[in-house]
Design a protein around this ligand. Structure first.
Ligand SMILES: Nc1ccc2nc(N)nc(O)c2c1
Ligand SMILES: [Zn+2]
Length: 370
């Protein structure tokens, strides 16, 4: 079996909805935030710790794992689940985006993309077919089509070319992908141009994919621009299939995305900012490495239920980070992951209780207050 998705409830005053995504590695609740494990590891965390803080489904990257250790080695290990000891569902991104955002040198033709490795500068070529072969070898439960993500900002013609190529590549991915226990999601592009977005949605959703990524957002555009695209795009997507907003996001973007009907999210932000000593709290971000916390013996967030907040103070964590003690970034990472995963738990409860709109307003009021 590949995947099945069921909408189990929806808010009457917003586009928010509850769902169940069933995969060969278990059923998870949506809306879901997927911690990013780019190189087959959610940085500094063991799989048990990721599960402990509420992680259910995680993300891996085709581009990175192809370059290192190589998808053949992951396949010989029995696939990504065995290799990294993650028992739950995994989604791999196709490499389309990473090639554009990471590869220092690249050439795009309708055949595919020539790029240089950010590791050793060696030259490589990805076609839609190659991206499928790599993902079939890695063995994730959900794999993404190979797309071309238009940069932001970009001209209408650039966005149109990338969107039309993404549709042609989507068809080639469907023709090549033949691993029956994997679900292949299409990706909708179109930049911030309404007609291109609706054209891409209509083309991609007519190809029979079981779920859809919303690509080309969270690429530097202002948040209101992203929300406006979602306002008119999500209603054009099938009600009964998962909507995955790629690369999003921060707590406010998660709430705004859920309220517009998005079911799946992934973002490096919580784990990335943790590694430079910035943590989420109910009252916004806190840069715990700052001197003002040297004698602050309170937890990072007094409202938080995580292991870090139960056992350590801001002063101690600041000390660890300043002293380059690895435990420091482990504690901030664990807290940030718990913060966003608990936010998703609270969001799902609020949708079920019918007070999502009030919950969202209350959370954002406090989180965005100076
Ligand atoms: N913001 C993002 C993040 C990841 C993406 N992955 C793919 N394949 N395509 C996009 O447009 C993305 C955008
Ligand atoms: Zn905490």
């Amino acid at each position: 079996m590949t995947i099945s998705f069921e909408v189990t409830g929806n808010d009457t005053r917003s586009g928010a909805r509850l769902g169940l995504l069933t995969t060969p590695h278990g059923t998870i609740k949506t809306p879901v935030f997927m911690p990013v494990g780019t190189q087959a590891s959610v940085k500094t965390m063991t799989p048990e710790e990721v599960q402990e803080v509420g992680g259910t489904m995680i993300l891996g990257n085709t581009y990175h794992l192809y370059l290192r250790p190589g998808h053949e080695i992951v396949a010989e290990a029995g696939g990504l689940h065995n290799f990294m000891n993650w028992p739950g569902p995994i989604l791999t991104d196709s490499g389309g985006f990473q090639v554009f955002s990471l590869g220092p040198l690249r050439k795009i033709t309708d055949q595919g993309v020539t790029f240089r490795s950010h590791i050793d500068g060696s030259e490589h070529f990805f076609s839609p077919e190659k991206a499928m072969e790599i993902q079939m070898a890695l063995g994730a439960d959900v794999v993404m089509a190979f797309d071309e993500c238009a940069p932001y900002p970009c001209s209408y013609d650039e966005a149109r070319a990338a969107t039309e190529r993404t549709t042609r590549w989507a068809e080639r991915c469907l023709n090549r992908h033949d691993r029956k226990d994997q679900a292949l999601f299409g990706i909708i592009q179109g930049g911030t141009y309404r007609d291109l977005r609706l054209k891409s949605a209509s083309e991609i959703t007519s190809l029979g994919f079981p779920g859809f990524g919303i690509g080309g957002l969270s690429v530097g555009e202002p948040k209101p621009v992203m929300y406006e695209v979602l306002d008119y795009l999500v209603p054009e997507m099938p009600w009964n299939k998962p909507r995955y907003l790629m690369g999003v996001g921060s707590p406010d973007c998660l709430l705004e995305g859920v309220s517009r009907g998005v079911d799946m999210f992934d973002c490096v932000l919580p784990t990335r900012i943790a590694r430079n000593g910035t943590v989420f709290t109910r009252d916004g971000k806190l840069v715990v490495r700052n001197a003002e916390y040297a004698r602050d013996f309170r937890p990072l967030d007094p409202d938080c239920d995580c292991y870090t907040c139960k056992n350590y103070s801001r002063a101690y964590i600041r000390h660890l980070i300043k002293a380059n003690e690895v435990l420091g970034i482990r504690l901030t990472t664990l807290h940030n992951l718990r913060f966003v995963l608990r936010l998703m738990e609270d969001i799902r409860a609020a949708i079920a209780n019918g007070d999502f709109v009030e919950y969202k307003d209350r959370f954002l009021q406090r989180f965005n207050a100076e």
